[in-house]
Design a protein around this ligand. Structure first.
Ligand SMILES: NC(=O)c1ccc[n+]([C@@H]2O[C@H](COP(=O)([O-])OP(=O)(O)OC[C@H]3O[C@@H](n4cnc5c(N)ncnc54)[C@H](O)[C@@H]3O)[C@@H](O)[C@H]2O)c1
Length: 438
């Protein structure tokens, strides 16, 4: 494949060298004459492990060159990779000036090209950028419609500076954002020699995965630093504690707890977050991220309440009261807090939870009900049908598998606010479906 790489900074130079190594014919394009001259002469404009020999070898073998001539680069290649910078604007949003500038130039060059051309966005851009800004700009500049002589894919780059050549050669996966029904054959072909799974997703999803990956890394680093400081202040070998935490690949380093859903609760998480924060307070340590966990959790309950309130003061059916499905534990259940909030605001509420049978509750659960929502017994109903009868809004916290058929059958023209992410609900005919965090 003949590929032009626009922007020969960190991502672009590594792409140039590695794509040439895969056997492609590559031309690097930049606005900097100095970078063009360096690359042309077989020298890397960036400092990176293994990059010097990679670039020198590719140029020597005639598989890599560089130019400032956009039209020549577009006319002489089938695919253009874009890896120009996307720095922060003054207000914190991303500045898309370089990306838009390069799209206009590539589009104008496509206009005077006879064959088809493919544009691949490797720069990090926020979700929606392609559909809202880039594709219309590309269509405008090229005079072609997407799929009719011009194609566009999002293909975020996940390499890390310092190990970027290794990361390019062995990525965790290849992620391609493609228009619906397009399996991105051209990109699959370009990466055919890379041994990594290929995921094709809607463009907005692909754009967002790169974005949230970096946010996630920032969350992990800050978590490690904040808990590390607190543990160290209490005489704990924090590196050893975190090393062992990572040994748990079932609950800790895993997809567990990483699905958008509802607030956390129960007898452990809120209590243990509070007690860990008190360890920080004892040593006068600031831990801004950890200290915002409980307020952030409360905000999710408030968001759910607002989602219900948007539909007016209608009778509400709440499915699920225990903090999660399959238990009768009501301690610090976020569903109890939600129920309390709805009650406090005067909503007519029916609650159904197969595992919370009021008559048989005792001990701490009984005490919790008496303290938090003493009117619970009056609100609890015994079946999904009874919960939904006379209501227009259903909040689905959790539903036992045995209750799903009855729930589905009893839903008619309800507005369903799904806190559990139940796939069947979304497809249910006749209802108005709302996810909370999706
Ligand atoms: N640096 C990383 O580790 C890394 C990793 C993954 C993704 N990214 C993302 O990749 C993108 C590029 O990052 P980078 O660090 O390589 O940027 P960089 O600043 O090192 O390089 C950008 C290059 O684009 C060139 N450029 C600007 N306008 C141009 C135009 N119209 N035509 C041709 N070239 C032009 C600049 O001269 C510069 O050489 C960013 O969106 C970044 O967020 C970076």
């Amino acid at each position: 494949m003949r590929i032009s790489v626009f922007g020969i900074g960190y991502v672009g130079v590594v792409s140039c060298g590695c794509l040439a190594e895969l056997g492609h014919e590559v031309v690097g394009v930049d606005v900097s004459p100095a970078k063009i001259a360096m690359l042309r002469s077989g020298r890397s404009p960036i400092v990176e492990e293994a990059i010097d020999t990679l670039i020198a070898g590719a140029v020597q073998q005639g598989r890599l060159t560089a130019t400032g001539d956009v039209a020549a680069a577009v006319h002489g290649t089938e695919v253009s990779f874009i890896s120009v910078g996307t720095p922060s604007a003054a207000d914190g949003s991303v500045a898309l000036g370089y990306v838009e500038g390069v799209i206009k130039q590539i589009g104008a060059a496509i206009r005077s090209k006879t064959g088809a051309h493919t544009v691949v966005m490797r720069s990090t851009v926020p979700p929606g950028t392609a559909e809202d800004r880039i594709i219309p700009l590309l269509e405008d500049a090229s005079g072609r419609r997407l799929g009719d002589g011009v194609s566009y894919y999002s293909n975020p780059e996940f390499l890390r500076e310092g190990s970027s050549v290794r990361d390019f050669r062995a990525p965790p996966f290849t992620l391609i954002g493609a228009p619906a029904g397009d399996d991105a054959a051209i990109l699959r072909e370009i990466y055919a020699a890379i041994d990594a799974p290929v995921h094709v997703a809607p463009i907005r999803v692909a754009e967002s995965v790169k974005h949230i990956s970096n946010v996630f890394h920032a969350v992990k680093l800050t978590f490690a630093n904040e808990v590390g400081a607190i543990l160290a202040a209490h005489g704990v070998d924090a590196r050893e504690a975190l090393r062992l935490l990572c040994e748990d690949r079932v609950l800790n380093i895993s997809p567990a707890y990483l699905r958008p859903g509802f607030a956390f609760g129960g007898s452990c998480l809120p209590k243990d977050v509070r007690s860990f924060l008190s360890l920080a307070d004892q040593k006068n340590l600031s831990a801004p991220m950890l200290k915002n966990l409980l307020p952030a959790n409360t905000a999710i309950i408030d968001r759910t309440f607002q989602a219900v309130a948007r539909h007016g003061r209608q009778p509400v059916a709440l499915f699920g009261l225990a903090f999660k499905q399959g238990t009768d534990d009501l301690r610090e259940s976020p569903f109890v807090l939600l129920a309390e909030k709805l009650l406090g605001k005067g909503y007519d509420l029916r609650i159904y939870d197969r595992f919370v049978q009021v008559a048989t509750l005792m001990g701490s659960n009984r005490a919790y009900i008496d303290q938090e929502i003493p009117h619970l017994e009056r609100l609890m109903v015994v079946s999904p049908e009874a919960a939904l009868s006379g209501t227009k809004v259903a909040v689905i916290g959790h539903v036992a598998p045995e209750d799903r058929p009855a729930l589905m059958a009893a839903l008619k023209d309800h507005t369903v606010i799904d806190l559990a992410g139940i796939a069947d609900l979304r497809a249910h005919p006749g209802i108005t479906y709302e996810g909370l965090c999706w």
